[in-house]
Design a protein around this ligand. Structure first.
Ligand SMILES: Cc1cc2nc3c(=O)[nH]c(=O)nc-3n(C[C@H](O)[C@H](O)[C@H](O)COP(=O)(O)O)c2cc1C
Length: 165
């Protein structure tokens, strides 16, 4: 197995240190090399300011109480919003592939990342802050790790695989 697949973890503790914008752009480049249905490349990315990041985090706390995802959004240096360009059938699958490429590339660079699906819960609020009229699919936090979590358990292959011979 690729070492990045083995070593990737969801990181929920970050150092305040900055990552360069160039490095983030290189990581996103890995995202846009993902496969997509008919090569339609439905992903769109927005890197938000600290001000917007703080507002998103505060809204999550206001609605759902203090939580780890909101804390990550507040403390991580980069939050990338991931949008869907239109409603073609396979777009969400293609965008998932792009996000996974991004997570693996952060692992390759020994950076930490977190896939944040829960941003969806405040999609309307994010729309007030970020004037982009597209479907918000997820967000990705990227920064310097301040933890080395152990791997979370996985089902065994035989539990999820059926072989029909
Ligand atoms: C679609 C999706 C949405 C997720 N949303 C969140 C989230 O909002 N907050 C969070 O802390 N983790 C989120 N995660 C991370 C998962 O909790 C994590 O991948 C899972 O527990 C396995 O742990 P690992 O990534 O360290 O292997 C999300 C993962 C996926 C694939």
């Amino acid at each position: 197995m690729l070492k990045e697949i083995q070593n990737r973890r969801s990181i929920r503790n970050y150092l305040p240190d900055e990552v360069t914008k160039e490095e983030i752009l290189d990581i996103l480049q890995a995202g846009i090399n993902a496969p997509s249905a008919k090569n339609n490349q439905p992903w769109r990315f927005v890197i938000v300011s600290k001000e917007i990041k703080d507002k998103i985090s505060e809204k999550m706390v206001e609605l759902y109480g203090p939580n780890k995802t909101a804390e990550v959004i507040k403390t991580v240096p980069y939050l990338i919003l991931v949008y869907n360009k239109d409603n073609e059938y396979f777009n969400h699958l293609s965008i998932g592939a792009a996000i996974e490429n991004i997570l693996l590339e952060t692992t390759n660079r020994n950076l930490g990342s977190l896939w944040i699906g829960y941003i969806k819960k405040i999609e309307d609020y994010v729309k007030e802050l970020v004037n982009i009229d597209l479907e918000l699919v997820s967000a990705i936090a990227i920064g310097i790790k301040n933890e080395e979590p152990v791997a979370r358990p996985r089902l065994k292959l035989e539990d999820v695989l059926t072989i029909i011979e």
